[in-house]
Design a protein around this ligand. Structure first.
Ligand code: ADP
Ligand code: MG
Length: 701
């Protein structure tokens, strides 16, 4: 049975090697089994047939039963179209075909009774159906009948090779008719009963050929549950293994360095949230288990200081620490910041980036190996094989969403015994998402901003209000404040966008000319040293205006900056806008964010802008972002390799099923942590199988 389903799709009747190739490439369907788990995206009820006289053009897809009386060619190329009159005894509608006119005319017979499926619309006072589906009324195509007709996603390429939704339906039907035995269950009886789930066989049948609305609902529930359940089981199972098999480095004490720093050199009192998080971390480090902790905190909440203090604990216990950040600018900033804060403390800090000189590198490498360097700050350069530590005890990853899974895993391996891991993010991860993707991590949250911060005021201007924006900007500059202007350079290679930034620069330079004003420019195409120099100009206050791309999105900290202007703001995602805005509002004075957009805003674009104007809360915005864009697009999840290739469940809409599936997974693992019970063998086997088909969810740090 299993072997039957493992067969190559090309062996299915009517598919053959050429179409099989398309199935592989376009839909990643290779086997019979994969075809069975290619689920329809919608269903149309085919039980009801309307008569033409009762058509209401606000209806979505409906069915009619009738005949074509005549074809006609209308219009001139390229708008030439084939039309047909379709009658059913109660009236007439017009059918319109732009594509495949020849095919329609030679295959659809005049005078034969057809069942039509399509969406009615009105054109020139007449009811039209554009590209309706037509099936001969009295012909049985031999397929499996169902109450609801499934619709399958196809691609342009498939369509141009005549593989449409209907064809996929036919293939699935043919496959099902060839299945001789019941499809084996993947869940133990106990779970099926407890969660009231359809057997897999019945669920698969009804997802493709729904026999009733109720069975379709049950089939969807079963398959969503299964998908989410195995992800949860996997994550929690991995966590058990980590906790029971990997000994964590034991940090006996929080140590003198931290003590001295805290008592004498802390520049300001910690917020309550910072204190709480440091305690949580301290508990992990002293537990003998490996820490694997995610630190979430909105932009400006003071995560860096927490990282620094954690690193001091490591140093006091004789261990080295590494802090990895996504950009060179950020690495420099952290380095300078750490140097200043640790000036009077006997801990050595080093910097390693792509542009470190050969001799500087050599020195760092030596100091790492002989143990004289306690803290290393850097970019991807830290991952290189030549970077070896004497005893790496702690890895901190800043702005973790910028790194891929594999990159982070490399840092793990730089010590024989895995170091403690702290990943920090200012991209708030909505609860449902955190539960799905990060359930192997413990989570700490800094839910409080340092005192005295005023909420940033966000204003939306259409491009026509450019002068008002300049005026606003001038007033900030006159008050001695600094200003960021950001352009949407989405891909660094888009020359077109770069020109956009350069044009913008010229306009600003005209409006705010030297020598009264100094403008610095930062974008990804600059050489590293130029980037660092420009940034330094702004940090030191020598430049008042910084014109940049999103390279400044992460981490840059200039408290005197009070205005963020975002050009073409509609081109950014919500989380990204929030990240950018977080560059201001770091001092005690009122800060502002101006979102410039064109008049032409999509519905979604408008919602994003409105949300930004109305909310300063990163979590709220992230939830909304998830709703607007869907999880696959969520900032960071793509880059981090956590592709959301969920087949049927939706982590936004199916949050309740997720929670339930998680509870059941926890219950099972509590009783049988290594899944060794006889009754759980089925889970162990299918856990393995489900992993072969998906990304590795658990290795995030
Ligand atoms: P993020 O969490 O975005 O990385 P940072 O660590 O860059 O935030 O901190 C933002 C700013 O707040 C920095 O200028 C930092 O010095 C300051 N800061 C951090 N903690 C406190 C505190 N407890 N009180 C006042 N200012 C703080
Ligand atoms: Mg930061």
């Amino acid at each position: 049975m299993n072997q039957f389903l493992q067969q190559d799709i090309k062996f299915l009747g009517g598919v053959g090697p050429k179409r099989a190739e398309l199935f592989y490439k376009e839909l990643q369907i290779h086997t019979f089994e994969e075809l069975l788990s290619y689920y329809p995206y919608k269903y149309v009820d085919r039980s009801r047939i309307y008569s033409i006289s009762e058509i209401d053009t606000t209806l979505s897809h409906i069915q009619l039963r009738g005949k074509i009386t005549a074809f006609e060619k209308e219009g001139k190329a390229p708008k030439e179209r084939l039309t047909a009159n379709f009658v059913d005894g109660t009236g007439m509608v017009k059918l319109v075909f732009f594509q495949g006119q020849k095919f329609v005319q030679s295959n659809i017979k005049i005078g034969t009774e057809y069942i039509l499926l399509g969406k009615p619309s009105v054109f020139n006072g007449q009811i039209n159906f554009v590209h309706p589906e037509l099936d001969e009324a009295n012909k049985n195509d031999g397929g499996i009948s169902s109450l609801l007709q499934p619709f399958y996603n196809t691609t342009e390429k498939l369509k141009s090779n005549y593989i449409i939704s209907k064809s996929i339906q036919k293939f699935v039907s043919l496959l099902w008719q060839n299945i001789q035995e019941t499809i084996p269950e993947t869940m133990p009886d106990a779970i099926l009963q407890k969660a009231n789930l359809l057997p897999l066989h019945d669920a698969l049948f009804n997802i493709h050929f729904p026999q009733s609305h109720e069975l379709l609902k049950k089939a969807q529930y079963r398959l969503k549950f299964e998908e989410l359940f195995f992800i949860q089981l996997d994550l929690l199972y991995q966590k058990n293994i980590r906790l029971s098999h990997i000994d964590g480095l034991l940090f006996h004490t929080s140590g003198e360095y931290l003590n001295t720093f805290y008592k004498q050199y802390l520049p300001f009192p910690l917020t309550e949230a910072q204190k709480r998080v440091i305690k949580e971390i301290r508990r992990d480090l002293g537990s003998g288990k490996q820490m694997n902790r995610l630190l979430q905190g909105d932009v400006g909440s003071g995560k860096t200081l927490v990282a620094l203090m954690t690193m001091l604990m490591a140093a006091a216990n004789g261990y080295q620490s590494a802090l990895m950040v996504p950009t060179e600018i950020l690495a420099h900033q952290h380095f300078k910041n750490f140097q200043t804060l640790l000036l009077k403390i006997d801990v050595n800090v080093g910097l390693l980036t792509g542009s470190s000189t050969k001799s500087a590198r050599k020195k760092i490498h030596e100091q790492l190996i002989n143990g004289s360097l306690h803290i290393l700050i850097g970019t991807h350069a830290l991952l290189e094989a030549v970077v070896q530590f004497k005893n790496l005890g702690l890895v901190v990853i800043d702005e973790q969403h910028r790194f891929g899974v594999a990159q982070r895993a490399k840092l793990w391996q730089k010590n024989a015994q895995p170091p403690h891991i702290l990943v920090m993010t200012a991209t708030p991860i909505p609860r449902t998402l955190a539960m799905t993707v990060y359930s192997d991590l413990d989570v700490s949250v800094i839910d409080e901003l340092p005192p005295g911060r005023k909420p940033i005021q966000t204003i939306h201007f259409y491009d026509s209000k450019r002068l008002a924006m300049f005026g606003f900007l001038r007033r900030q500059l006159e008050a001695g404040r600094q200003v960021y202007v950001v352009y949407p350079l989405i891909k660094e290679s888009e020359n077109l966008d770069l020109k956009y930034l350069e044009d913008g620069y010229e306009a600003f330079a005209r409006e705010f000319p030297a020598p009264n004003y100094n403008i610095s420019v930062v974008h990804g195409k600059l050489k590293n040293e130029d980037k660092v120099f420009s940034m330094q100009q702004f940090v030191s206050g020598k430049a008042q205006i910084m014109i940049a791309t999103t390279v400044i999105e992460v981490g840059v900290d200039v408290p005197n900056a009070s205005l963020m202007v975002i050009e073409s703001a509609e081109r950014f995602g919500l989380s990204q806008l929030h990240q950018l805005r977080g560059r201001v509002g770091r001092g005690v004075d009122q800060s502002y964010c101006i979102l410039m957009t064109s008049y032409k805003l999509s519905n979604e674009g408008r919602k994003r802008i409105e949300a930004m104007v109305n909310s300063n809360d990163g979590f709220e915005l992230a939830e909304l972002d998830l709703k607007l864009r869907g999880p696959g697009d969520l900032d960071g999840t793509q880059q981090s390799g956590l592709a959301f290739d969920l087949k049927i469940a939706n982590i936004v809409k199916d949050g309740q099923i997720l929670q339930y599936a998680r509870d059941i997974a926890i219950e099972i693992l509590t009783n049988d942590p290594s899944l060794s019970f006889e009754s759980n063998q089925i889970l162990k086997i299918n856990l393995q199988r489900s992993k072969e088909h998906s990304v590795n969810w658990s290795v995030i740090s």
